[in-house]
Design a protein around this ligand. Structure first.
Ligand code: SF4
Ligand code: FES
Length: 222
């Protein structure tokens, strides 16, 4: 069905060198409290350099700080590893992990912190593991179980601002990146907003190095 037929504009985030996220189409922007934030027509510029005084919106400061936004050569490679268990296979792409800690905090018997190998798929039930994979915000984790390979469920396109962290993207928000970045899952990925990710525009967990922003908007206009 065409966009003209449905009346909907597909949502997209355009990522260019030295520029903010340019968001267009039918997308929800919500703050850290789950409240809706306004979007501008026809495009909303969201900060990705980490320096705007009007977060989550861009205020042009990226020009003053000389933000470029390229990936770093020493980033984690974009490779999927398979951890084969008796009842479930866990898929893991370290290259897109946002280091939210959801897996190691909530199922430490399976997901070990700072060990290699770090995933032990026989140390919990498939149902417990599936719950953790589904909650992983970056799409780093997946699974194969009972003939089914994980794919995030279809939802409305949403960008959620995470306190002291990245944007969580869910739903059909197309990532149109000048560097050619392809998320592990088209409907679930995390976008850097501290400006320091090694894998821009995706989050690499670099916000843990002191990025502070509570994920709400305090301005009067964008
Ligand atoms: S983003 Fe996913 S894989 Fe990375 S720490 Fe969080 S839950 Fe684990
Ligand atoms: S990207 Fe424009 S101020 Fe941060």
């Amino acid at each position: 069905m065409s966009e003209e037929t449905t009346g909907l504009n597909s949502a997209e985030v355009k990522v260019g060198m030295g520029a903010p996220y340019m968001v267009t189409g039918d997308v929800r922007l919500i703050d850290a409290n789950g409240d809706d934030l306004h979007l501008n027509e026809p495009v909303t510029a969201l900060c990705r350099c980490g320096h705007s005084s009007n977060k989550p919106y861009c205020d042009g400061t990226h020009n003053k700080v000389g933000f470029v936004g390229m990936k770093e050569p020493d980033r984690q490679p974009d490779v999927v590893d398979e951890y084969v268990g008796d009842d479930i296979t866990i898929l893991d792409n370290r290259g897109v992990c946002a280091h939210s800690g959801g897996c190691t905090d909530n199922l430490p018997s399976v997901f070990h912190l700072r060990e290699e190998p770090w995933i032990y798929p026989n140390e919990a039930s498939p149902e417990q593991i599936i719950g953790i994979v589904e909650a992983c915000p970056s799409g780093a984790l997946g699974y194969r179980h009972a003939g089914v390979e994980y794919n995030p469920p279809s939802t409305a396109a949403t960008i959620q601002v995470i306190p002291n962290g990245p944007h969580y993207v869910t739903g059909p928000l197309k990532l149109n990146d000048d560097q050619g970045t392809v998320p592990q899952y088209a409907g679930k990925y995390t976008l850097c907003r501290c400006g320091k990710s090694k894998n821009k525009p995706l989050c690499s967990g670099a916000h843990w190095d002191g990025f502070e922003d509570d994920g709400t908007w305090k301005g009067a206009s964008s």
